[in-house]
Write a protein that binds this ligand. Sequence first.
Ligand code: BTN
Length: 265
Amino acid sequence: MQLDPLAVDAGVRLLALATIGSTNSEARRRAQRGERGPLWITAVTQTAGRGRMDRSWISPEGNLYASLLLSDPSSFERAPELAFVAALALRDAVAGEAPALAPQLAFKWPNDLLLAGEKCAGVLIEGDVDANRSAIVVIGIGVNCASHPLATAFPAADLRAHGAETTPLQLFRRLSATMWLRLTQWDRGRGFPAILGDWVAAAGGVGEEITVRNGTGEKHGRFVGLDQSGRLVLELRGGGIEKISAGDVFPFALNGGRAMPSGPG
Ligand code: BTN
């Protein structure tokens, strides 16, 4: 694995591992021992890869697994905005490496990357607070380059099956550059309106009927857009507006409008 020179010049470092439980967990472990980044940790395979909502992330060789450790990237309150920064960096990297696929890439709120309507990459952001009350953030990214899991709650895809032969090595190098560029655009939150604008421009499902699932149940309605802090604005079927901070989005039509089964992905 190699960083793009743009990232190297910005002072970013890289730790490229063969096998690890989870690059996110490793980054958080190192942060507890005093590492402050910016540091990318990559792995060829993960034995305990983790996804959002406590799901596992199956991590065979051939796909990309990478986590960026940042300390004090912004005030603690603004750190969740990194979900959109990371999604854009991920999309930029995939589109840069596989330009023919760019028109088929779209976001599923908050930061899944869809390829022709199926999930090809995901982001897991985790945060801790250090002894000085400053935020430690780990941005974990998994990209299905060569294979994708089957039997997922949301359909999955991989880049190779769509004709893109980009390797984890090539994709990571570009991601290290696009992430730095998007972090610079975000500017500790000052550039968040532009980040949200770019995200919405590439979002899937805006204006459509969706189901949002979280730990407490399901909500159905029309995906109106995002509010200024990135919450999903849902026009409820029964009337009224609800702003959603966390959850999984499914097109309502995906399962005939019935509740989705749970599972990885
Ligand atoms: C999702 O549920 O969509 C997020 C998946 C994030 C997976 C990546 S792979 C690298 C990093 N290490 C992990 O254990 N998870 C993230």
